[in-house]
Design a protein around this ligand. Structure first.
Ligand code: SF4
Ligand code: SF4
Length: 208
């Protein structure tokens, strides 16, 4: 493509598209979407999305920054990979959906109470403690995610399942006292702190 055409193209590319390309996993592929709608038509969750993938891609290109980042849509992706398998342009749609969700989370744009985001945060808080998931603590954290009363109700309704898991050795009640972890927990914490500092520095210019 000639320099003149490159310049014209740059002029018409939205700034949010550039932001997505710079910060979202596989974001550089968004511009390849030809709006055929195959991904949206293939998505088993399509009836639950405010904006299915094809629409999100169009909105990114149309500079609809707030609408995209505050949308609950990308949080609905179940990673079934139907869309990726069928996209005629080879877009890694699943990865872009998760990338958009992660980026929205970093910028503090996730809708209040979004359940997948809440689950992801609980999972991460649990995992980073010792480098391994403590399933017992994670399960309890999820039961009590929406308040004490609901947690007790949920725990009681699941007690047979829980006891069955204990009996068959799938759940160890002693994990509640601390649980097992990786060998170098301190090393992990150091690495995560460093990664967080780099990330915060990188996205500071996009916050606000
Ligand atoms: S299937 Fe691919 S090209 Fe078609 S709308 Fe979806 S992302 Fe775009
Ligand atoms: S991977 Fe996600 S976006 Fe793609 S079809 Fe499955 S649920 Fe829909």
């Amino acid at each position: 493509m000639s320099d003149m055409n490159q310049n014209m193209l740059a002029k018409y590319r939205s700034s949010f598209l550039k932001e997505v390309e710079a910060n979202v996993e596989e974001g550089h592929m968004v511009k390849m979407c030809m709006q055929c709608g195959v991904c949206s038509g293939s998505c088993p969750m399509q009836n639950h999305w405010d904006h299915p993938p094809q629409e999100l891609f169009m909105m990114i290109r149309a500079n609809k920054r707030e609408e995209v980042l505050t949308s609950s849509s990308m949080w609905m992706c179940t990673s079934c990979y139907n869309c990726i398998a069928r996209c005629p342009r080879g877009l890694p749609i699943t990865h872009i959906m998760h990338g958009l969700a992660t980026y929205a989370k970093r910028l503090g744009k996730v809708p209040e109470g979004q359940p997948t985001a809440k689950f992801a945060q609980k999972m991460w808080d649990n995992l980073k403690q010792k480098g391994r998931t403590n399933e017992l603590k994670l399960g309890l954290a999820l039961y009590f995610m929406n308040g004490f009363g609901e947690g007790v109700k949920k725990a009681l309704s699941m007690q047979d399942v829980g006891l069955g898991m204990v009996k068959t050795g799938r759940l160890n009640p002693m994990e509640l006292l601390g649980g097992h972890g990786i060998k170098d927990v301190a090393g992990l914490q150091k690495m995560l702190a460093k990664a967080e500092a780099i990330e915060n520095q990188h996205i500071a210019e996009y916050k606000g």
